[in-house]
Design a binder for this molecule. Structure first.
Ligand SMILES: [Zn+2]
Length: 233
């Protein structure tokens, strides 16, 4: 079976059993603590998963929007490999209006996370107040995070996420479905039993641990994560 396109358009934020199955196949590992699907392919499949700001094991989790579609994640990895983040960081340092727009994107990220926390019944997570993701509000450290935010929020909210989406138009655009053949549809979806567990029980969807409770070993783990692509981490 090689037809990955969704059978019915999904326009709900609420993740269905089908959505969770697709997410696990897209990532090649089980997903946990996904509370919403904030962006979908034109066919209905998830493009981005929203993770609860507090994981079911109680850990505060600031990275709300996680890009899951393999076609987009690999295209964004190409931009990272080509050095686009260095260019963006140079421009953030030199262009005050871009820097202000990017700080506003950080605030929008925090507001969206608070709304998701409220809708999902998680409520406030004070441990991560003011902490967003991807290097915001002053740096670009992960383009996948920015693209996930832009896809979730729509255009005009995160200028650098929007720019990255425009830069991958050779490989992915919002108007078309790129799902067919993009992940394995045969057999069982990756399950808890078949997958390695992350450190400290963090779900495998997590690209890096929350930046709270830093210790020397956490910092070492962070450097390691930084050296790999978020898509494959
Ligand atoms: Zn699709």
């Amino acid at each position: 079976m090689d037809d990955n396109t969704a059978t019915a358009p999904g326009d709900s934020r609420q993740p269905s059993a089908q959505d969770l199955d697709v997410l696990s196949r897209q990532l090649g590992r089980p997903v946990r603590d996904v509370v919403e699907i904030p962006a979908r392919c034109v066919c209905g499949n998830p493009l981005v998963a929203a993770t609860s700001p507090r994981l079911s094991n109680g850990t505060p989790f600031p990275t709300t929007f996680y890009l899951t579609h393999p076609v987009i994640t690999s295209a964004v990895s190409r931009l990272e490999a080509a050095g686009l983040m260095n260019d963006m960081n140079d421009r953030l340092a030199a262009d005050e209006s871009l820097a202000a727009f990017y700080r506003a994107a950080h605030e929008a990220y925090l507001a969206a996370r608070a709304e998701i926390g409220a809708r999902s019944g998680i409520g406030a997570v004070p441990e991560i107040d003011g902490v967003s993701a991807g290097g915001m509000p002053t740096r670009v450290k992960c383009l996948h995070v920015l693209v996930g935010h832009s896809l979730a929020a729509g255009p005009g909210v995160n200028p650098l996420g929007d720019e990255a989406i425009a830069a991958i138009s050779e490989w992915w655009t919002a108007e078309r479905c790129y799902c067919e053949g993009a992940w394995d549809t045969a057999g069982e979806a990756p399950s808890r039993d078949l997958s390695r567990h992350g450190p400290q029980g963090l779900p495998d969807i997590v690209g890096r641990p929350a930046p709270v409770r830093k210790s020397t070993t956490d910092k070492a783990a962070d450097s390691k994560t930084d050296a790999t692509t978020e898509a494959g981490a």
